[in-house]
Structure formats: C-alpha cells, structure tokens
Design a protein around this ligand. Structure first.
Ligand code: HPA
Length: 268
C-alpha cells in the first residue's frame, strides 16, 4: 500500500481527493471530460490490470465543481479471475488518499418489472450472491473492524441528496436493491425469478465487493445503477455485452449530469 500511495502521490503532486467515483460499463466518459491527471492501472504498483472491453483502466484525478475527485475509469471484476481482495484494493487506496465519500456506479439488468432500459436506479441496499466476501482473511485493524455493521451501507443522506439533484435536473430516478452474481454468464430466467422473490430490483456482476470494503473502512457510499436491459426472461430478448454497452449510451448524458450535480452538492 505504501508503495502504491507513494507512486500515485508522485504522479499527482499530492492531489488529495475527497470524493471517489467508480465508473461502470459504458459510463466512463465522465473521466474523459474531467481529467487533470490520468494514470493507467498498468503503471500503478500492486494494481491489477483491466481486461474487459468498454473498461479503460485508468485512475483519473480531476477537480469537478470545485471538489477534488478521483475516478476509476473501468473496474476489475471477480469474473476475470481476480480475487475479491484484489478487486477491492483500489477502494482501500482511495481511503488512504483521503476520500470520504465514494460513488459506485454500474450497468445492471432490471429485475423489477417497472424498470426499463435507460432508467437510473439509486441503490438502497444489496444482496451479495457472489459466493465470496472481500473481507475474508486476516483483518487490517487500521482500516476497519472484523465484523463490520452493514445496516446502512448506502447512506440515506446521500440518497436524499441525489433525489434532490435529480429533481433539480428533471431526471426521474428509481430506487431499489442490487443483487450481485459472480458472472460472467448472464442469469437464466429462473435465476431472475429467484432474484425477484429474494427482493432484488436489479442484477449485476460488480459493486457489492467495493461497497462492502468501502463501508468497512468508513467511507460514505452512494450507489447508482444504469439499467441497461430488462434481465433475462423466458422467451425474451437475448442478452449481449455489446447491447449492454449500447444501452448505457442512451443514459450517459443524464447519468453524467446527475453525478456532476451530486458532486457539486456534496459537503466537505
Ligand atoms: N445481468 C447481469 N449483469 C448485467 C446485466 C444483466 O442482465 N446487465 C448489465 N449487467
């Protein structure tokens, strides 16, 4: 960790971000628009390399609406074969850099029948269905406690702030529970029916490990899903990664304006 932080601080001239953002599939353009310094994951000591199309793999530092922000343009996934500990390392790095609030974003399948492609959903809670937990292993007491409370990962104050920002911009928002599967296969119709029974509104393959670690190390978490498709239904449309990326394209502008507005309104 020391080596990672030292390298980043050298590259950024000790830029101390207050806000961290992880940009999901097809949502990375915010980091093209706002970019003061960009570092490829490949160059950062102890970072893992991003392999998925539609994910760039850069840590981007920028000032947005007067706030210092660090963005991950592209994330690493469990389904790439990395460990839970590896994919959540960047969250710990953000914490060490001084981040207080983290905005986690993703593209997700809509499980709630009221959701359509292009909707934005504030994550109110999650279900970890990945079969693994990033906190397994020896606990680092300097970061957080062994058995962290999980009663309110996605902070009510940030959800309320986001709703106000959306209203201000004339953007309608959904809210709901995000269920994470390991992937990389999409779900079967039976699995989606199960997810609905379990209380999920959206499904995806990311975010939950990062949310667990962020909550564990005391970061305030906000989660936003871009619904890219109705999740798998019997007799429904086939799903492809290309279609998921395309669908997020349609929501990109409102997603970006919402995130920028939220950043501008965040305190501290
Ligand atoms: N399932 C899982 N992950 C996804 C989906 C989906 O339908 N859409 C985008 N990411």
């Amino acid at each position: 960790m020391e080596e990672t932080i030292k390298y980043i601080n050298e590259k950024t001239n000790n830029f101390m971000p207050q806000i961290g953002v992880i940009l999901g599939s097809g949502l990375g353009e915010l980091a093209d628009e706002y970019c003061d310094t960009a570092i490829s994951y490949n160059d950062i000591p102890n970072f893992i390399k991003s392999t998925v199309k539609g994910h760039k793999g850069r840590l981007v530092f920028a000032e947005i609406a007067g706030k210092k922000v660090v963005m991950m343009q592209g994330r690493n996934h469990f389904y790439e074969g990395h460990s839970m500990q590896e994919i959540t390392y960047p969250v710990k790095v953000m914490k060490k850099l001084g981040v207080k609030t983290i905005i986690l974003t993703n593209a997700a399948g809509g499980v709630n029948p009221d959701f359509k492609a292009g909707d934005l959903m504030l994550i109110t809670d999650h279900i970890n269905f990945m079969g693994a937990n990033p906190l397994v292993g020896k606990n680092d007491d300097t970061l957080g406690e062994r058995f962290p409370d999980m009663t309110q990962i996605y902070r009510k104050n940030l959800i309320n702030l986001s709703k106000k920002c959306a209203e201000n911009l004339g953007i309608s928002l959904k809210e709901g529970v995000y269920l994470a599967n390991s992937g990389p296969s999409y779900e079967t119709p039976a699995e989606i029916r199960m997810a609905r029974i379990l209380g999920a509104d959206a499904v995806g393959m990311s975010t939950v490990p990062e949310a667990i670690v962020a909550n564990y190390c005391g970061l305030e978490v906000l989660g936003i899903s871009c619904i890219s498709n109705p999740a798998s239904v019997a007799g429904g449309e086939k799903l492809s990664h290309e279609d998921v990326i395309k669908a997020t394209d349609g929501a990109k502008l409102k997603f970006e304006s919402l995130v920028v507005k939220i950043i501008s309104e965040l305190q501290g």
